[in-house]
Design a protein. Structure first.
Length: 407
């Protein structure tokens, strides 16, 4: 028994030493991996009501990384590794996926999500882990407003940018407006920003419907009742994302003929804009339409998208590409250092080229300042959708986009 005890006493330190060696080896491998990779978690809606938007963003994001790295997927000798995650459009799922991305997947940077509701659930996670979340394409003002923290940047436009640019076409004395929007962060923030942007026109009714609405009869009737007795120009402003848009339901009511009520809205994905053919001459403002911006980045996007998919890039494809370019340009500035403080210093005030031309992250709230496009719908039999013809580019410096965060 004595020799066995001696053997055990000798064996334990050896095992501990071996454990230290193995642990050190694993740590060394992890450190070596960290030194050669930059891990990016892309969390967005690949299923759910905003599925079409999320899938476009995926395509655009990969194209943006490809464009900005010259096809190498490398920055400063480090490989870019993208981890795709589907938040299903659910805030609780998005929050848990971001937590797992930062903690388990060791993501250096996260991008997304599609839904404003999901984004608001994710913001505190970025602050807790002290890592960058680049928001694309969620729109609600509160993301870079009162819910913001210093780890949040946004390449997508915000509700104020949508509202200010759409007000260009509508904000005239004698115009009365009823809004029709979804009852969640995107719709409510959108209406609030639109109201704030108006100086001359008057909103007489706000109608909010569930995101998954398919029967618009009652909602449209309430909007019509609020407008039909009004004098002056009568307009319904639609603020809607994903699901079943109300445009066909509005067209079926023949509102212009029956009540002299016009329908206005912003840009959208091409399938949704098929219904715009029912509203020739309709004006609004859009974030992107592939035929509008004239610059080398957009030319590359349109050309390569046609080559790969035999179709033009859509609304959210451009946004995804912009996010990809922004990340690469920031990493180039840091020499491939993905640490949050280095990235924040590099990205605050950073200008970069995008399919929409030059964008700049505003230092105060990290919102990308960018052009928007005032359009008028033309019906062209060569296209399956109503074509938004450019009236004029509304440049970033023309829009007084309020700073709403508490820095």
């Amino acid at each position: 028994m004595r020799p066995r005890a001696v053997c055990l006493l000798i064996d334990l330190p050896i095992r501990a030493a071996l454990g230290l060696v193995v642990g050190a080896s694993l740590l060394g491998e992890g450190a070596a991996l960290a030194a050669t990779e930059i891990r990016i978690a892309h969390i967005h809606s690949l299923t759910g009501p905003l599925e079409a938007y999320g899938k476009q963003t995926t395509t655009g994001f990969q194209m943006g990384l490809d464009f900005a790295t010259g096809g190498t997927m490398m920055v400063a000798g480090k490989k870019l590794v993208v981890i795709e995650k589907d938040d299903q459009g659910k805030p609780d799922v998005g929050k848990s996926l971001l937590t797992a991305a930062y903690s388990d997947d060791k993501a250096d940077i996260a991008v997304g999500p599609t839904s404003s509701g999901v984004a608001l659930a994710m913001l505190p996670v970025a602050e807790e882990y002290k890592k960058i979340l680049l928001v694309e394409p969620a729109v609600a003002d509160s993301i870079t407003g009162d819910k913001w923290n210093k780890y949040i940047f946004r390449t997508g436009r915000n509700s104020s940018q949508d509202a200010i640019s759409n007000a260009v076409a509508l904000d005239k004395q004698g115009t009365v407006i009823a809004t029709l929007a979804q009852d969640y962060a995107f719709g409510r923030d959108g209406v609030k920003a639109f109201k704030d942007a108006l100086k001359n026109a008057k909103i007489v009714h706000e109608e909010y419907l569930p995101q998954n609405t398919t029967d618009f009869t009652a909602g449209i009737q309430r909007v019509v009742d609020a407008l039909k007795g009004q004098g002056g120009r009568k307009v319904i402003e639609v603020i809607w994302a994903g699901g079943t848009p109300p445009y066909n339901a509005l067209a079926a009511q023949e509102l212009a003929k029956r009540y002299q009520i016009e329908v206005f809205t912003g840009g959208n994905i091409l399938p949704a804009m098929a219904a715009y053919k029912n509203f020739p001459g309709m004006e609004g403002a859009t974030y992107y339409y592939f035929g509008i911006p004239k610059n080398p980045v957009n030319e590359w996007l349109v050309s390569n998208h046609y080559k790969q998919f035999k179709a033009p890039p859509d609304f959210f494809t451009a946004g995804g590409m912009t996010a990809g370019i922004a990340i690469v340009e920031a990493l180039k500035k840091t020499g491939g250092d993905a640490s949050p403080n280095k990235l924040i210093a590099a990205m605050e005030g950073m200008s970069f080229e995008s399919p929409k031309g030059r964008m700049t992250f505003r230092k105060e709230d990290h919102q990308a300042m960018q052009s928007m496009y005032h359009f008028k719908i033309k019906v062209d039999p060569a296209f399956a959708w109503g074509v938004p013809e450019l009236v004029r580019e509304i440049k970033a410096e023309e829009m007084s986009v309020p700073i709403k965060n508490k820095r």
